[in-house]
Write a protein that binds this ligand. Structure first.
Ligand code: SME
Length: 167
């Protein structure tokens, strides 16, 4: 495989997601391992948009998320359900967009350069919460409804029956 990593920063957001998704589809053809998919998705999104941190926290115990495949600076290793943006999104099973992390009570600052973020819950084929996708940006208000729509579609891959396992 000799894929060149795309940088879509000059494109309209929807077009950028479309271009990256085509690349993801091509790279992941025939791959059904969820960790391989999480790693590849993190890489494609991270380098494509130039984010600060892009990756997954996995729900391997009922009340705690543990860091999974990611790209970026060192992430916190464990997050309790209900804590920070990731823990809140996991507890509520809903996407959370935070335009200014300093205004989010209880935000966990793994990297002081983080200014805004989006966290999207990931469900398996049985509809069980299995992880969250966390993306952090150096800029204020990076994420909007378009990111939510696209990323919720992207993580729906993990709900396909063959992709349901994360452990
Ligand atoms: N921002 C997250 C913590 C994880 S890291 O930033 C990678 C949060 O408040 O949930």
């Amino acid at each position: 495989m000799a894929e060149t990593q795309l940088d879509v920063r000059g494109m309209a957001k929807a077009d950028g997601y479309r271009a990256l998704e085509s690349q993801l589809d091509a790279v992941l053809e025939g791959i059904d391992d969820p960790i391989a998919i999480m790693s590849t998705m993190s890489c494609v999104l991270h380098l494509g948009f130039g984010h600060l941190w892009t990756g997954f926290y996995r729900l391997t115990q009922p009340n705690r998320l543990i860091v999974g495949p990611y790209q970026g600076t060192l992430g916190c290793l464990e997050i309790e359900l209900g804590r920070g943006v990731c823990g809140t999104a996991a507890a509520k099973k809903k996407t959370i967009i935070v335009p200014d992390v300093h205004a989010f009570p209880g935000h966990i600052a793994c990297d002081a350069s983080s200014r805004s973020e989006i966290v999207v819950p990931v469900f398996d084929a049985r509809g069980e919460l299995t992880a969250v996708l966390d993306i952090d940006s150096r800029e204020i208000a990076t994420f909007d409804d378009e990111d939510q729509r696209q990323l919720e579609r992207w993580v729906a891959r993990f709900a396909k029956p063959v992709l349901g396992r994360t452990s």
